[in-house]
Structures are given as structure tokens and as C-alpha cells.
Write a protein that binds this ligand. Sequence first.
Ligand SMILES: CC(C)(COP(=O)(O)O)[C@@H](O)C(=O)NCCC(=O)O
Ligand SMILES: [Mn+2]
Length: 908
Amino acid sequence: MAGPTERPVLENHYIKAATEENNDKNKEDEEEKQGGREMAPPAANPIHRSSSRPQLDLSGAAIQGNFEERDPTILLPNQSDDISHLSLDIGGSLIKLVYFSRHEDRSVDDKRKRSLKERLGVSNGNRRSYPILGGRLHFVKFETSKINECLDFISSKQLHRGGTDSQCWHSGATANEDAIIKATGGGAYKFADLFKERLGVSIDKEDEMDCLVAGANFLLKAIRHEAFTHMEGHKEFVQIDHNDLFPYLLVNIGSGVSMIKVDGEGKFQRVSGTNVGGGTYWGLGRLLTKCKSFDELLELSQRGDNRKIDMLVGDIYGGMDYSKIGLSASTIASSFGKAIYENKELEDYRPEDISLSLLRMISYNIGQISYLNALRFGIKRIFFGGFFIRGHAYTMDTISFAVHFWSKGEAKAMFLRHEGFLGALGAFMSYEKHGLDVLMAHQLVERFPMGAPYVGGKIHGPPLGDLNEKISWMEKFVQKGTEIIAPVPMAPPGTTGLGGFEVPSSKGDTLRSDASAALNVGVLHLVPTLEVFPLLMDPKTYEPNTIDLSDHNELEYWFTVLSEHLPDLVDKAVASEGGTDDAKRRGDAFARAFSAHLRRLMEEPAAYGKLGLANLLELREECLREFHFVDAYRSIKQRENEASLAVLPDLLMELDSMNEETRLLALIEGVLAANIFDWGSRACVDLYHKGTIIEIYRMSRKKMQRPWQVDDYDIFKERMLGSGEKNPRPHRRALLFVDNSGADIVLGMLPLARELLRRGTEVVLIANSLPALNDVTAMELPEIVAEAAKHCDILRKAAEAGGLLVDAMINVQDDSKGNSSSVPLMVVENGCGSPCIDLRQVSSELAAAAKDADLVILEGMGRALHTNFNAHFKCDALKLAMVKNQRLAEKLIKGNIYSCVCRYEPFA
Ligand SMILES: CC(C)(COP(=O)(O)O)[C@@H](O)C(=O)NCCC(=O)O
Ligand SMILES: [Mn+2]
């Protein structure tokens, strides 16, 4: 008879949800307009594509990087990506669409890079063999009842045309000619004629179960933070062991419910199902509450109290528990049971209560049947997918509760971030030669573009296309009132008079305005050239982030730090683009977009997957790039580089006058002191503005008090210089992960590199592929090295040997070229554009360079403290940084702001 224990809801939902209803309305209005623009017929689209080959939109074209290069990369900011493919899952209530767009290949393959690649033995790998590699997967959904919007969307983005001839994956067909789209779901049959009529394409129907399983297997294997548990409002990502994935039970809750036992790739059996599913909730709910949409019904449930209509154990037992069989008084004995004896009509019940009763009835039922099936086959893991769940916290909690209750904690309910897209992804997988199945987790980077927090989840879902669209959307959004993104006031806990432990925790009952349609998935970038850093001791247990942002206080602190830093960053970004009105508009839009992301994450930290400080810092850089701020600190970096290069000869002379021992210490002190030049730290920005930063640098250089807060210098010195008679072998190759421009690289890391070279160690300078704050990039480094080399023989010979001086403007005499006996100095890009580094995803060049390395030096707060502070390597590792944040200094190393870290971990 009875189901799981009843858990009442808080009554203060009403105020909150009412505000959100308004907010939603505003957003819908906004999206309506957006939709109008998105749905513009192809003729209105500025990028007109005729025939099979897309034409380029050359407006705003600019050369990226060095103008001196023979084949520089040309950026076409207004050129939308080539679309290569599209697949659909057309269900009873929603159409799910997955489409792929190719990356423009922005990498510069100049002479220097080619010679470096040869030196490191890096080939272009399998790039050629798989057309899909190097692109993005987008996830979008539409209501099936509005199929015309979906068709307009496909048409306006030309998704049905496939790629250019060479990229087209259709069996031999050129784009346009007899194009096919892979689709699954009942609608693939129902709407086939409509697709032919409207778009001129044929639907190639794929089996729904095949697709669901292929989609789920791909997600579980390839996406690191895909599966999670959700209990009492708490979301926790589950690390899936690829070798121990099967068997599992896949429960797909669409209009109806399928339960599939999955035993391997393409090996599965539909073992059960139930006709009581999402369609039942929506159909019955619509009849009983007059709601106009599924989301509205779900939102209504947030304010419901199902005890008003469900018959509870306590109702039968005079308020008592039925403890003999373990049922508390609040357990639902019979869903809707109260309606039997209460002499009431439908109108006498609140729609909110009806909706919640219905939601719980259906969710518990699905949870229970799922568990029974898992039990039948001895399966412990149940993954729930399908758009019934919609990232809705309460639904997930209810299902988890049922599975936990009936299995007495033995079985685990898990959910998937891409829950609604299993079928569409599976259909995508069914294209031949897509190359997706060979991708690994480290080759996928998920990004959350501007559109994601607000429009990404809605029916007009895709991230906004071009820049103008983004900005004008943002401006309209702002005009609508900042209350849309203002935090919603919540009543203090304990004011409802309901029993404490059975009240769902805050996350469970907080329905964000966008949660009912939450699309907590971003755009998946497929980057086949990314690799796991081969020197990581144990990639499986490696966790890049040092700070745990699941601690709410910590999250709040970093949220505040980043918010406070925003005005200065926007100033710099706008100035970097000439301070024009256009730059100001973009700056403003960037600030709002980034703040919106921050707010979204404050509300739901795990919304975009597991959140660490590195992700927040990277999100900021990505957001800047999205608003076309290519390099906000460009001129600042140049100025600091020039000033530092001007004094480098004096420093080198001073260093050369020292004995080995004094010099090594001075070099390490130099690196630590120069790490103060950091435009990412509030404290340092203040010092810059006050004009005292140089003074502090001078002082800290002069009297670096040892011991530092973390001080392994003596062990490092012993490894470098030996002790007593012992003359240690120099390292073979050192990888120096460099940080900031200016003094940091020129007066800190380069002199240290020079010392290593002098001792016969090959040096690889590892720098960012893309700009982030004032970090030096791999594109900028060769020129800096070339300048420095003008004043130093050691650097010159090594740079020549490393092929660094190929095209740098350096006045060296011809006879010194090419016959250098020096060990080489090389520059390699790290594959990222963030102040931190996740060593699970680095460039193939870096991975290749690592093969012969026996020393890793990580420099700076971002790379050595926020990330990798606790990382272990298969070689000696030195972590050097100045801590430019008081709280971090206290927490991490029990020190103070400007304390220094010199952590040396020899490989045993
Ligand atoms: C962004 C940074 C990691 C850059 O530091 P770096 O790696 O250049 O040493 C750092 O400046 C930082 O953590 N800033 C935020 C904290 C603050 O403003 O105090
Ligand atoms: Mn930095």
C-alpha cells in the first residue's frame, strides 16, 4: 500500500515563485523577440550561403598575431562557423537537437612551430582522418507543438545543408543534394514529410533504444562530470570508472518510461517500462490544473502541499506512525486518497497541491519500478534520463528517495547532465565517421557561452550567435530591470511550523526561474589535440583545484573578489580596444554577462559541472573572448616587457658577478619577488594604481627574508649544486610553466632558465596559448626571448638551438647561426587561456615536450597554488609563487599577503 515517507514543502515558496513568474514572463518576452530574430528567413541572414560552399563574411576581418608572418591567421569575427551536422530526437512533447559546428583553425602553423613540432616529434595526429575533430557540439530544444520554430531555426542556421563538399559525411552526397538528417523518436516518422517539404531533406530514422543507449554510453565515458546523485537537495558528481560501467539500468523518462539494461556498447535489452511517465504528469496535470505548459505545471508544484490531497499513514492511524512496519505518519498511504472522503470538488483543491501530488505519485512510482527491475537483474546503478526530470531538484530528490527507500540504501539513483539529449546524441553517433567515439574526456572542453545562463535553457535555446546579437540582447535584458537577476529574498528557515528533518533542504525547494527548463549543459568543444600531461603521477586521482568551492563561504568569498575586480578589468578591456563607444558597449555587456554567470553559479554551484576556482577564472577569460576582447592587457604587457628588458643586462651582470650558491638563491628570490606584477590580484592592482608596486618589488628583491612560508629551498639547492664533494648530474630537460609578462618573465623566469641552460639542462618555456590577464603567451615569448638574447650569449645560443630565432628580429652575426653547441631553449604553448592550468588537458606539443623532462617548475598563484599545489609528478617538481591574497595566504600556508612559496618535491 504505502509509498515512501511524506516530506512536506515550505510555504514561503509562494512569494519566491511569484516573483520568478514575473521574471520568467519578462524573459519570455525577451526571448520572443530574440526568437523572432533567430528565426529570420535565410535571406535576412547577413551570411548568405549559396550552393554547397559557404561564403565568407569578411566584414571586420583582421590579422591575428604577428603581421610579419608569411601566412598569418586571419580572423573573421563575423563569420559564423561552418555547420557540419545535425541530428534530432523528436519526442511527443519536445524536439531535441544536437548540431556540430567546425572550429576555424586558429592555430598559427609557422616555421618556428613546425620546426618545434619536428623537434618534439609531434605530428598532426588523427586530425585528417575524422572530419568531426576540431569543432563544437551544440544542444538545443524546442516544443514539438512548435515544430515550425524548429524548422525555421534549422533553416536560418542552414543546419540541414551539411558541411562543405570535403567535410560532408553523407554517404557520398555533396551538401544540398539529397541531404539526410539522422533522427530518432516518434516524430521522425510523423514529421518526415514536413522536413522534406520545408527543408528538402530526408529523415534517416534511427532506432530510439539504440540511440538512447549510444548517447548514454558516450556521455558516461567521455564527459567527466556527467553523472551525479541528488539527495535532499545535495548534488554530487560521480566519478565513473570506464572499466566498471556495465551493467547499468537506464531509465528514460519521456512521455512514457523505458527501462533498459545496458551491458555494453550496443548491448542492451529493454527489460521493462511504464506507461505512467512524463506524459501522464503533463496530461493529467493539464486537465486538473489548467496549466498551459509542462514547465508551468512543474513550477506550480513548487508551491504545493500534497498533504492536502494525499492520504497519509497518519490520516489512517489517527496521526500516529505505523511503526511496526516502519511507516511514519507522514508517509503517503495513497496518492490523491483524501479526495475519496473529503466532500470537495476539483475547484476546492489548489492547483499547486494537485501538481505536487501528481509529481510525487509519478516520481515515486518510477523510482520504485526502476528499483524492482534493478533488483531483478542484480544491478546497483540506475541512471535516469529524459526530459521529465529537467534538472528539477525536487523530482530528482523524489526519485532518489524512492530508490533509496525501497532498496534500503543498496541501489543508487543517478542523473545525467545531458539527460534530455541521449536520443539526439545517439542519433548523431549513428553518422558514419563522426569520430566522436574515439574522443576521450580530456579532449572535450565544455564552455558556457553568454546565452547559457538565461537563454540556453529555453526553447529558443542556442547560444546567441554574433556579437551584436549578444550585446543588444544584453542591453534589452538590462532595460527590463535588474530585478531579473537580483537575489530572491527567502524567508528565514523554521518559519513554516513544519517538522524539521522532513522539510526538503533549501536547494530542493528552490526553483530558480530557469530551472524548470534548465539546460545545464554548455557547448562541447572537441579538441582532439588535447592530452593528459604525461608527467602526472596519477591522472585518475589528480584534482587540479586546491580550493574547494563546494564550501559555500569559500564560493561567496571568491564570488565577491571577482565581482569587485570587475570594474578595473572592464576599464582595461575597454582601453585595450581603443576606448571606443563600441568597446564600451561590449565592456558593459561583458560585465553583465559575467555577473550573470556568477549569480547563476552562486545559486547552483554545480550547474556547469564540478566547480573549482580555476573554472571561475577561466570562465571570466572565456566571457571576455566572447565579447571580442582579444587581449585586455596587451598594452600593459608591452609596457612592462619593454621596461624590464631595458634593465635585464644590468641584472644579468649582477648575477654573473656572484658565486654559484649566491646566484641560485638570488634567482629564486628574483622569481618570487617578480611574481608580484599581477593584474589579477586586487591588492596588486591597488599597488599599481598607487604607484608603489615597483618600490615593493625593489624591497622584496633586496631583502627576501628566509625562511619563506613554504621553504624547501635547501633541498632544491642540494639537488642543483650538490653538497660537499658531490657534483650532481644536471637535469636533462626542465619544463618552466611561466606566468606573467614584464618583470615576472624577463627578470624572474628568464634568468632562472638561463642558469639551467648554463648547467646543461634543456629548457622548455611553457606559456598560455591564449591571453589571460597579464600572463605572457606562447605567441609573445619568442620575441621577448629574442630581445633578451641580444644581451646574452647563453640565451642566444640556446634560443638558436631551440629554433626560436628563426623569424625574430635579432642582429646576430651570420657565423654564429646554426652551429650552436648549446642545449636548446624552446617555447611551447600549454593549450589553455586561463591563469590556472588543468593538467588533464594540455596541448600535444606540451605532452611531447614532457616525455624527456625530469624537472617541472610551476610558477605563479594560478598555476602553482590555485591549481596543482597538491599535484604529484613523475619527476622533480618546484612550485614557486608569491601569495597576493590575504585569505589564501592564511588558509593555504598559514601566512600573510606577500608570503612566498618555494615547494620542492624531488621524485623519489
Ligand atoms: C588571478 C591570479 C590567480 C593570478 O595570479 P598569478 O598566477 O599571476 O600569480 C591571482 O591574481 C588571483 O588569485 N586573484 C584573485 C584574488 C585577489 O584578487 O586577491
Ligand atoms: Mn598570472
